[in-house]
Design a protein around this ligand. Structure first.
Ligand SMILES: Nc1nc2c(ncn2[C@@H]2O[C@H](COP(=O)(O)OP(=O)(O)OP(=O)(O)O)[C@@H](O)[C@H]2O)c(=O)[nH]1
Ligand SMILES: [Mg+2]
Length: 404
């Protein structure tokens, strides 16, 4: 019988949180770590000395039955005071597919998972909690989803057969509240899965290879959905189990971090170049408006209200033309023809008029109800309405209609 040696600790990757693609072609692999395998599962731990043995045992048994020799388990421990990393390392004698990373200079759940993925060599990357709250059996269904063709498979408490076992009303409320806030700030990310707070999922490595991650806080799934290139998502229901050993690391600070994370992602997804151009065009519209008003009043002696309406309308048309040719030129090129352009103009016009009404309402609210200075109120309203105009116009007037 051969006796295995203890595996060396995995070196902690440093530098940007970027997951590299696996090398292609297999001829010159000399280092064992560059030979790819099918599945790498990260088990992040902090003070889980009472759970780590059981979780490693259960996961190994399960995966040995399904993909023997074709997976690795990576425990990423943040130098736990209870020495979880040491216990995990001693387990590598019995479980040679287990590797352990001990981080001393960095902390935090999300970065632990990414550092683990960086050091891994799996084509499919996964994460599971160490505290046995995530039932290991669900892994089989998740892997089946990937094998069916999904890019990402997430375990969910909010689909059929999913749930939470012993959560208090307050915790349920906070969890749903956080999800709702996420849906408002980042609908295109948070709305893609039924349980965006899930910390139990797997995905194809090539969906995030080459992307630099920048997660704040706990919610690694949101980071992956926000930055990755993910089309097909599979969901599998599971019941979040009670924690039997060890302590929760969830604190109220994490709610703030979660909000910060949503805003960082929102900003990263905001098309800054287009927004700046839209702002410049908007600014040019002020001059068009003023010039037309001057001409109508001074040379044509038109009555004030009519002049204002004409001036505003011409400024809107001028803004539309610049935006159509410049700001959203890449999109309009794909929707050629005069009738298409006219449709875009109608939508733009309607949205701008709604923006004008919004502006008046906002200023009235801030000035009359909250007693704010009227110029400051107008300034805030202009900023808010510009954001509104940009976003809604991009989504409706210059929407890319063809499906790729
Ligand atoms: N490496 C590392 N792991 C962490 C850190 N914080 C939490 N973990 C691990 O991440 C997993 C989830 O953390 P928990 O504190 O159980 O969070 P939770 O399951 O959302 O909340 P509870 O229901 O209260 O347990 C567990 O395996 C923890 O040991 C951290 O800062 N670094
Ligand atoms: Mg837990």
């Amino acid at each position: 019988m051969t006796i295995n040696q203890v595996n060396e600790l995995l070196p902690v990757p440093s530098g940007p949180l970027e997951i590299l693609a696996l090398p292609t072609g297999g001829s010159n692999f000399t280092d064992a770590h560059t030979v790819s395998i099918y599945f790498s599962l990260i088990v992040p731990t902090y003070n889980e000395c009472k759970n780590v043995k059981t979780i490693v045992e259960q996961l190994s048994k399960l995966l040995d039955g399904m993909i023997p020799g074709n997976y690795e388990l990576i425990v990423v421990d943040d130098n736990s005071p209870d020495r979880t990393w040491e216990i995990a390392q001693s387990l590598t004698v019995e479980y040679p597919q287990l590797q352990v990373m001990r981080r001393e200079d960095e902390r935090g759940l999300s970065t632990a998972v990414i550092r683990g993925w960086q050091a891994s060599r799996g084509e499919v990357l996964g994460v599971i909690d160490a505290d046995l709250q995530h039932p290991p059996e669900t892994l089989l269904q998740l892997l089946a989803e990937i094998q069916r063709g999904a890019d990402l498979a997430a375990a969910s408490r909010h689909v059929a057969e999913g749930g939470v076992s012993d959560w208090s009303v307050i915790r349920r409320f906070l969890s749903r509240g956080a999800q709702t806030v996420g849906l408002i700030i980042l609908p295109g990310v948070v709305g893609r899965v039924s349980d965006p707070m899930s910390g139990y999922f797997m995905l194809r490595r090539n969906c995030i290879a080459g992307k630099t991650m920048n997660p704040a806080g706990y919610k690694i799934l949101i980071e992956v959905l926000g930055r990755g290139n993910i089309r097909w998502i599979g969901e599998v229901g599971y019941v979040f189990q009670e924690r039997k050993e060890g302590e929760s690391k969830v604190t109220s600070k994490q709610y703030i971090e979660y909000l910060r994370h949503l805003l960082i992602l929102r900003f990263a997804r905001w098309p800054m170049g287009k927004f700046v151009r839209f702002g410049i065009v908007g600014f040019s519209g002020v001059f068009v408006n003023m010039a037309v008003l001057y001409v109508l009043r001074t040379y044509l002696n038109l009555e004030l209200t009519r002049s204002l309406i004409f001036a505003a309308e011409l400024a809107i048309i001028s803004n539309f033309l610049w935006n159509d040719l410049w700001t959203f030129g890449d999109i309009s090129k794909r929707q050629p023809g005069i009738s298409q352009r006219f449709k875009r103009l109608l939508k733009f016009n309607t949205i701008c008029l709604m923006g004008l009404i919004l502006n008046v309402l906002l200023v009235n609210l801030m000035f009359n109800v909250f007693g704010m200075n009227e110029y400051l109120a107008n300034l805030i309203a202009i900023v808010a309405v510009t954001l509104w105009n940009f976003w809604i116009n991009m989504k409706l007037s210059w929407r890319v209609t063809e499906v790729d």
